[in-house]
Design a protein around this ligand. Sequence first.
Ligand code: 8YV
Length: 328
Amino acid sequence: MTEILMPVRLSDSIAATLASRYTLHRLWEAKDQQTLLADIAPRIEAIVTAGSILASGMSFMVDAAFIQRFPKLKLIANHGVGYDTIDAAFAATRGIMVTNTPDVLTEETADTAFGLVLNTVREFPAAERYLRAGQWLGGPYRLTASLRGNTMGILGLGRIGKAIAKRGEAFGLRIAYCGRSQQADVDYPYYATPQALAAACDILVVAAPGGVQTRNIIDAEVLKALGPRGFLINIARGTLVDEPALIAALRDGTIAGAGLDVFAQEPKVPDAFLSLDNVVLLPHVGSASIETRQAMADLLIANVDAYATGGQLLTPVAECMLARPPEQ
Ligand code: 8YV
């Protein structure tokens, strides 16, 4: 029977389904993880993991050194669209396929992004705190910025970025974007750098993949370009934002506010954010609805089943598509 390693805890129903079909090893439960790994590594054919951990805390890196411990490894199935914790390029060179869960979470994540936009610009969470604290009795909540007529800059105009853009248009925002390259079939104005995009927009939404290539690309210079009436929204990965620079920019008014669903070291959130009023903070709930998480789980399991039955993987990541030998 196919042996699968689950290094981190995913939902209990994912583990139960996999355990009913395969031999599943739950690494996070082992008292001595190294001994378990040494024992099972020669037999493991698939690793099932997640970019950001649902229940057990810190991220688990499926890097080159880890991958090399498994001589029979053929599949790394990721729960989530972002797979920055997996060295997919290295896996591809070894003929190991990596799958993720795109599309099924696009609309949910875009909804979350737009919820953050509204909450950040119109200050709804702060206004609610004001009401609950009984302060309304002393006078109305202060007036906020408005959405309409502003420009929303999207860093990373992929599937999720485009779904956010669609929502932005419905709310009367102009859209602009920045990405690795200009897209021929997209009419929105394109900016070649995050700084140029920040200078041209009022609300900068980060929707690009994490990983070494995008680490800290939202730095002090980008925040300065966004300016004192600008807002930063991040629903991608915390690693794209230089957090100390963002904290400084929120403190000294370099930007007006921020809405964050993701952080550099989840689930740890820098204390400085908690004491700031001009930032809205969410605990990485971008895709976290019952329906969407079920769809993600179904797709993850379908990829594992496809591998185990010799079928075609549903959603291999780009690195593996390129490395795949031509079809016979
Ligand atoms: C999940 C995500 O929180 O898809 C992603 O990349 O960040 C989220 O949908 C995460 O992957 C949970 O496993």
